[in-house]
Write a protein that binds this ligand. Sequence first.
Ligand code: UT7
Length: 333
Amino acid sequence: MVNKIRAAITGIHAWVPDYRLTNHELSKMVDTSDEWIMQRVGISERRILKGEGLGSSDMGEMAVKGLLEKTGTSPEEIDLLICATITPDMSFPATANIISDKAGIVNAFSFDVGAACSGFLFALQTAATYVETGKCKKAIVVGADKMSSITDYTDRTTCTLFGDAAGAVLLEPTDDDNGIMDYIFHTDGSGRKFLHMKAGGSVRPPSHETVDAREHFVYQEGQSVFKFAVVNMADVAVEIMKRNNLKSKDIDWLVPHQANLRIIEATGRRMGLPPEKIMINIEKYGNTTAATIPLCLWEYESRLRKGNHLILAAFGGGFTWGSMYIKWAFDPK
Ligand code: UT7
């Protein structure tokens, strides 16, 4: 019998800007406090990309160049690059194209995926499918978001939540029993009313009026999103465990989207996992949208072992949500 070709993550890298926006600094900008943010969300600081003319592609470029170097891959070998982002450098062309150009990736086709906080998972599975068919041999998936570019720093209900970062993985075919095993994805467009950016698209193109009304920033009805997120992220993580006959003891790591520590902990509890099996770095980076999951994998890389069972889970704007089951394919170098 011919073995099924799987796609496996064979390298991971991430990049974060130097500037740390602390809760203390935010409390001088809006009516908030370190105590409120830590208790309700679990964020202590977030990184902000400073500098004129810098965008998501610049962070993606750093993550991708580091990934190529770390894995000993030459840019010419890459045949697909997908960037998950909701903060593209510009409406078009795709930020993936700009990252490819900046990183010297000249033999790939590239495009963006816009699925907000689930963007990295949706992009990862898209790239995996190309690899599984044999069409692509080396694919890169980047999650990059400069959330500070769409965050209203006069609105205390959103400005404490977001940060800037990029993370990237290399995907290659494998015929052993590791790699991307399964995925379950959902969207519910009716949830868009709770989390979106009002202007800047074709319905409300940018105008003096939209700028004056502060409509180019994230709009979120936090409590409503919280209710959907806490149920759906846990449900979809449990669903993928059941479908793959995985018990709590079989899972080595939950890799959750980092939007709120309370949502992450609730998901872990529903899966029956002890806290030490949950990747958490929200305290240091906040919600970096498409970058949270690769940022977690990068930070925990030295603790991952070949054959480890990982459940990735996300929920975000759209609404979009989903989970992936991965058997980690390599030991730390
Ligand atoms: O990643 C994309 C998906 N997004 C999410 O998953 C986010 C889901 N939502 C959340 O994580 C939470 O809803 C938030 C962190 C956004 C808000 O936490 P919450 O516990 O739902 O707070 P709330 O919106 O119910 O607000 C409670 C109180 C309100 O005051 P009153 O009306 O009780 O007097 C707010 O005005 O907290 C107030 N508040 C703040 N106080 C201090 C809201 N933001 C702040 C703040 N500092 N930054």
